[in-house]
Design a protein around this ligand. Structure first.
Ligand code: G4P
Length: 519
């Protein structure tokens, strides 16, 4: 098979949601369809204590959750499916955001009883920034939830994206009859624990056709068909429209139909921007970029693994590649592909595939690896605004040399972000989630033999100042703390929305830059 054919079979995506919306349950069903697991309940054993995706780090074992994004891959209907996990719960971190730079599309799960929740908004913004196509699955229809139209309106308003329902729920909770499948003009009937059945619209029994729940839902749907947006694959692929499906991941109901539609519509890997223009996925030379580095995955071996997304050409185990940043050659002999329960050796890979490569402490997040004569680097990974801040210091002042070295390396690696308080120069760490602090503390102790102390600053809203304008330090205090980032750029950490708005009102002439702002 040639490279082009291999690439066209790849579907690489992530599932985003707020904790408890049903990501694990849905993922599990997809793995069942892919024959990757034989029974549900094996992916995350919150209660059973089983681990499948990863049980590498000590912290993971203590917490009973997987720390870092892992990758699951399996063949399905002739496609090669790569699902990248985006950790939520307490293990939400910058890695969760960075994972989204390595996918070609995203499935967004929304809990029908809750609507859009905080973490969904954050992850959605990253997808929006990068123009990633988003497919929506509204979950838990077997429960009493929000009204269908209200849910769609909420998505459109809060996320500012056009919705196009491809199926329509008939009732919910106890009255849940199933969904009307718009494309095939049929009712997909919900049968509780039994398998769903398919009834063409004109073959419905009188009982169903006259059921008030059915009539009401279909009346509503008629309105949507008439006044709502028409489905446009072009708009979906450019991130302007999201196709919406309803179902229940737990039942499961509507999951396989959703997956089949999704696979048909989701894009295969495309060209990616580099410093020398766009590189096509079927270009003959191998290239890819590192989006995540995981240290100490196996405490017994103390190894580090860099996660690389293949972007072009064919990867073969043992091949000689060049690290674009340093122009050094290296042999990729120890490579792994990640499957739910094990780390298999990967022999070859194509654009869209994720491979784990042994990292002898030379790689950085965002690094490009390549073969061939061309010289280029993939676009730098964006910096994501941290939200949680803490002052950090060494417990033992005698260890300040190791402390500085450790911080420098972990920051450079992308484990956490470093800021300095204006004037006092105290070290302030910024993270997206609490877990990053735990990992930082753990690694400082285990790799640099330094015990660190934190002093909590708390949740803050960071806004960068215009670097070309002069900073008047007297305007800032504890509530709007002035700090500098690693590039010495000034930014303000606002205590809350109130202090941010107050400052804006008082100083309308000071430009405040939000890294998450999408134009
Ligand atoms: P997450 O990975 O997004 O955090 O969510 P997860 O799949 O763990 O699901 C969160 C809870 O919601 C679980 O219940 C799960 O069984 C339930 N759930 C998921 N999909 C559906 C659905 O379609 N309908 C209903 N009614 N519930 C659903 P739990 O009690 O917290 O955990 P567990 O004991 O079931 O594991």
């Amino acid at each position: 098979m040639n490279i082009q054919e291999e690439v066209s079979k790849r579907k690489t995506f992530a599932i985003i949601s707020h904790p408890d919306a049903g990501k694990t349950t849905l993922t599990e069903k997809l793995l069942l369809y892919g024959n990757l697991i034989r029974s549900a309940g094996t992916v995350k054993g919150k209660k059973s204590g089983k681990f499948a995706t990863s049980d590498w780090m000590e912290i993971e074992k203590q917490r009973g959750i997987s720390v870092t994004s892992s990758v699951m891959n399996f063949p399905y209907r002739g496609y090669q499916i790569n699902i990248l996990d985006t950790p939520g719960h307490e293990d939400f971190s910058e890695d969760t955001y960075r994972t989204l730079t390595a996918v070609d599309s995203v499935v967004m799960i929304i809990d029908s009883t809750k609507g859009i929740e905080a973490q969904t908004i954050k992850l959605f913004k990253v997808c929006r920034m990068r123009g990633i196509p988003i497919f929506t699955f509204i979950n838990k229809l077997d429960r009493e939830g929000k009204e269908t139209l209200a849910l769609l309106e909420e998505i459109e308003e809060v996320l500012d994206i056009e919705t196009c329902p491809l199926n329509w729920p008939i009732g919910m909770g106890k009255r849940f009859l199933g969904v009307y499948d718009r494309n095939n003009e049929q009712l997909v009937k919900f049968n509780g624990n039994e398998e769903e059945t398919y009834i063409p619209k004109d073959e419905l029994s009188e009982e169903i056709a006259n059921n008030p729940t059915y009539i009401e839902a279909m009346d509503e749907f008629a309105l949507v068909e008439e006044a709502g947006a028409q489905f446009s694959l072009e708009d979906v692929l450019s991130g302007k429209q999201t196709p919406v499906f309803f179902g229940s991941a737990l039942a499961p109901f509507g999951v396989q139909t959703f997956f089949d539609h999704f696979i048909d519509m989701a894009p295969a890997p495309g060209g990616r921007k580099t410093t020398e223009g766009v590189v096509s996925p079927d270009a003959p030379d191998f290239s890819g970029f590192i989006f995540k580095i995981q240290a100490n995955m196996n405490p017994a071996h103390r190894d580090r693994v860099a996660f690389l997304r293949v972007c072009s050409g064919k990867f073969e185990r043992g091949m000689d590649v060049r690290l674009a940043r340093t122009n050094k050659h290296m042999k990729l002999a120890q490579t792994q592909q990640f499957v739910a329960s094990s780390r298999d050796t990967v022999e070859e890979a194509y654009a869209g595939d994720i491979i784990g490569i042994y990292d002898p402490n030379v790689y950085r997040i965002g690094d490009t690896l390549l073969t061939g004569k061309d010289k280029f680097e993939y676009d730098e990974l964006p910096q994501f605004p941290p939200e949680l801040f803490k002052k950090v210091m060494a417990k033992n002042a005698m260890k300040s040399k190791q402390f500085k070295k450790g911080i420098e390396q972990l920051v450079q690696e992308g484990a956490i972000q470093l800021f300095k308080q204006y004037r006092t120069e105290s070290y302030i760490l910024g993270a997206v989630g609490e877990l990053q602090y735990e990992v930082f503390q753990y690694r400082m102790k285990n790799e640099y033999h330094v015990d660190v102390l934190f002093e909590t600053i708390g949740e803050r809203i960071p806004r960068w100042l215009n670097p070309d304008e002069k900073v008047d330090a007297s305007l800032y205090d504890e509530r709007n703390m002035l700090v500098t980032d690693r590039e010495e750029q000034p930014l303000v950490l606002f205590k809350n929305d109130f202090s941010l708005n107050w400052f804006k009102d008082k100083h309308p002439d000071i430009e405040l830059i939000d890294l998450f702002e999408v134009n």
